[in-house]
Design a protein around this ligand. Structure first.
Ligand code: HSE
Length: 404
């Protein structure tokens, strides 16, 4: 099978490396040789043997009847969307690692793939090298999936881990993450939770079979998490993680991205550094965890190449055919119920009565060295209820949601 790779960045060069390193076993598993015929990139790569395959014009790929699959690893919405759509309409398979593209146009592209009886596959778009989409789509098919939640962003998990274990502050760990090449020069999509939001939208669409619009998922990043928050977490035997959640609540799904306090017994508590993990609860399966490298050149390329192999083995049928264009209505944020941890300015003895009157029976916590403030954990209440009561409390410094 001759393929074209769109983009020779980190993932694109990883795809070439995986295909080269594991050439024989890939051919055996795919039932045929997989050969990169073209690599589309604006740049040239003198001295790299990929140079002889570099083209700067997509039309060369579009017009070559030998190309059976297009591998989009350039990122961004355009021109990735146009190229992938064109390839599918022309009856070619398309594989991508691009979560922004899949979250925005996944339902449309899957519909075209269905009509053209080709594959649109995107395993690498969620959890990098962790095989989670195929597991949900092909293996966990006997279950009603009640929950898919996880740590879906490596950059922010690295930062939360450093803040928790080293007591470092946000700005220091962000600079470290950038220096180590984990965070982008512009880290907004990671630290504001947008990257995790797109990934949970894809997971929610897959488990529901309907289209979940990522713009409708409440998303809060880690920019307001401080080393003081981490000190309270440690005192309570908990940690803080950026979680992306999708839970069934009756007929509806509730989806959310936010920092959460987790107990040490929680399965995601010890997922540290740049690792990702996805927790799945099925109504028959019970609990399962998928853990591994959520980013990085070779783990991501490994998932991309696995998709190419799957497409090669299934030339006439689409194997990821379970996400329609029908919109899924998410549960409104106000109705979601949980506990909240609150940091308050002042002395507990002066505010305790007011706090119990507003929020009910709360658990109080103080941290040695943090003077003039204290924390408390509310009983379970709805997001809407909490927001209303918090509006009456000008002494609230910060709130972090608690995951049971
Ligand atoms: N920026 C992403 C992360 C890369 O940090 O997890 C993988 O999608």
């Amino acid at each position: 099978m001759k393929i074209a790779v769109l983009g020779y960045g980190t993932v694109g060069s990883g795809v070439a490396e995986v295909l080269e390193t594991n050439r024989e076993l890939i051919a055996r598993r795919a039932g045929q040789e997989i050969e990169i015929k073209y690599v589309l990139d604006l740049r040239d790569f003198p001295g790299d043997k990929i140079q002889e395959k570099i083209v700067h014009d997509y039309q060369i790929i579009a017009e070559d009847p030998e190309i059976e699959a297009v591998v989009e690893v350039m990122g961004g919405i355009e021109p990735a969307h146009t190229f992938v759509k064109q390839a599918l309409l022309a009856g070619r398979h398309a594989v991508t690692s691009n979560k922004a593209l899949v979250a925005r146009h996944g339902a449309e592209l899957l519909e075209i793939a269905r009509e053209r009886k080709v594959n649109f596959l995107f395993e690498a778009s969620v959890g990098g090298g962790i095989p989670i989409l195929r597991a949900l789509g092909s293996s966990l098919t006997a279950d009603e999936i009640e929950e898919v939640s996880g740590i879906l962003n490596g950059t922010t998990n690295y930062m939360m881990t450093k803040m928790f274990y080293e007591g470092a502050d946000y700005d220091t760990v962000l600079k470290e993450a950038q220096a180590n090449g984990f965070a982008e020069a512009d880290p907004t999509a990671d630290v504001e939770g947008q990257d995790a939001c797109r990934k949970i939208a894809i997971l929610a669409s897959i488990i529901s079979g309907k289209n979940v619009e990522f713009e409708k998922i409440y998303t809060e990043g880690i920019t307001r998490v401080t080393k003081e928050d981490m000190a309270y977490a440690r005192k309570m035997g908990m940690t803080v993680k950026l979680l992306a959640q999708c839970r069934r609540d009756g007929e509806k799904l509730a989806a959310f991205v936010s920092p959460f306090l987790l107990k040490s017994s929680h399965p995601l508590y010890s997922v540290n550094g740049v690792f990702n993990a996805v927790f799945v609860k099925g109504n028959m399966l019970g609990d399962a965890m998928f853990y591994g490298s959520g980013a990085g050149k070779l783990p991501t390329a490994s998932a991309v190449v696995a998709d190419i192999i799957a497409a090669a083995k299934n030339p006439d049928k689409d194997i990821m055919n379970f996400w329609s264009r029908e919109e899924l209505k998410l549960e409104s944020r106000e109705e979601i119920r949980r506990r909240f941890f609150v940091r308050a300015e002042g002395e507990p003895r002066n505010l305790e009565g007011k706090i119990q009157a507003e929020f009910g029976n709360c658990r109080f916590v103080t941290v040695e060295g943090l003077d003039g403030e204290f924390g408390f954990v509310t009983p379970v209440m709805s997001e809407g209820d909490f927001a209303e009561k918090a509006g009456n409390c000008p002494w609230i410094l910060h709130m972090i949601r608690v995951e049971e």
